[in-house]
Design a protein around this ligand. Sequence first.
Ligand SMILES: Cc1ncc(COP(=O)(O)O)c(C=O)c1O
Length: 436
Amino acid sequence: MSLNADPAFWAAADKHLTRYGPDFETIIVERAEGSFVYDADGRAILDFTSGQMSAVLGHTHRDIVATVDRQMRSVAHLFSGMLSRPVVDLAARLAALAPGLDRVQLLTTGAEANEAAIRMAKLVTGGHEIVAFAQSWHGMTGAAASATYSAGRKGYGPAAVGSFVIPAPNSYRPRFTHPDGSNDWQAELDDAFALVDSQSTGNLAAFIAEPILSSGGILELPPGYLAALKRKCEERGMLLILDEAQTGIARTGDMFAFQRDGVTPDIMTLSKTLGAGLPLAAVMTTQAIEQKAHERGFLFYTTHVSDPLPAAVGVTVLDVVERDGLVAQAGARGARLREGLLSLQQKYDCVGDVRGRGLLLGLEIVADRQTKAPGFELGAAIMEEAMRRGLSMNIVKLPGMGGVFRIAPPLTVSDAEIDRGLEIMSDSIAAAVAAH
Ligand SMILES: Cc1ncc(COP(=O)(O)O)c(C=O)c1O
C-alpha cells in the first residue's frame, strides 16, 4: 500500500482541517528540494508551480536555509517601531532595482501589501474608487478582495463602495478586433474607461493591475497597454498600482515585468517571489507619494512589518538572483519551455493557445480549436494524468475561457527538468485525449 494512503493522517485531516479551496492533493508531502517535492513513498514530483508560484529558487535552497538559520540566531522579530540592518538593506536593494520607487515598506503577504497600497492611494488622492481587471486576483482580505474578480466574490457581503472593473485584454479571445482579426486592446480600453467614467462619483483613487494576470489565465498585457493604462490613470488623477506578486523578481525575464514596457507604476507591490516561499512582501512607491502619505498621517502598522528574519531572506533572494544570473536564466529557460509548449500545440488539437513570458507561461486547453469551446474536463484529466506521472501543474477555470495551465517552474529549473516536464505533459495529454 502507498504510504500516501496513511489512514490516520487522512482521518485527522478530514476531521480537523477546514476546507479553504479546491480539494487537497491526495499525497502527503514529506520534503522538497530544488524543483521537486517528495511524497510519502519517496516519489519525486516535478513542481511546475514553484509551490504557490513563490519558490523561485526551488525548495530548501542552501543559501536560504543558511540565512534563516543565521538570522534566527541573531534576531527574527521586533517591536514594529524598531529597525534592523536587513530591513534597511533590503529596502535599499529594492529601490536600486526599481529607479523611481525609492520608498519601501516590508510586510508579509500579497493581500496585505495590496491593502497597504490601496490604503496609501486613497489617502494620497483623497478618492476611494478602485478599478481592477475582471480576471484579477489581489488577495483574500478587505480591499484586496474587493479588487479581486476572478474568484470568490459571492457570499461575503458587500465589496468596498466604489469597486469598478474593466475587462483584461485577451489576445486569444479578443472582444474588439482590428480588421485583420487581431486584438484592438486600445478600443477595448477606451470603451472600458468610458464606463468607469460614467460609474465614478468623481472619487477615483487607483487602478490595480497584474502585468500578467495569473489566476485570470495567464493574460499578458500586450506591449503598449501599460503605457496607455498609465495615461488613463494620469488623466483622472488616479494612481497606478502594479501587483507583481508573481511576475516580480526575475520570473518574466526582467527583474520586474513592468520594465519591459518602460512604464514605472506609482506603487508596486511584491510578495510571493520576493521571499522565494517564505512570507515576505514589499510596497514600493515614489518619494513624492510617500511624503504626501506621511504628511497625511499614513498608518499601516502591523505585527510583522519590518521583521528582520524575512527581510534577511529577501536580501539573500536578491543576492542569489544576481549571483546566479537568474534574470537571464528565466528568459533562456522560459524560451526552451515555450518552444516545447508550442510543439505540444502542433501535436495536440486540444492545446488552443500558448502564452505568457519568461517562466510564467500558460497553456489553454480547448474542446474544439475552431470554436475555442472550453475544455475543462479534458484539462482536469490532463492534470490528473500529469500528477500520476510525477508532474504538478495547476489549472485555472474561468467563465468564457478554456482550462488554462499555469506553468511556472522555479527560476533554478534545469534544461533536463524542463524537458522531463514537457515529456510528462505530452504523455498526459495523449493519455487524457485517448480516454475522452
Ligand atoms: C497577483 C497576486 N496578488 C496577490 C495575491 C495574494 O497574495 P497572498 O495570497 O500572499 O495574500 C496573489 C495570490 O495568489 C496573486 O497571485
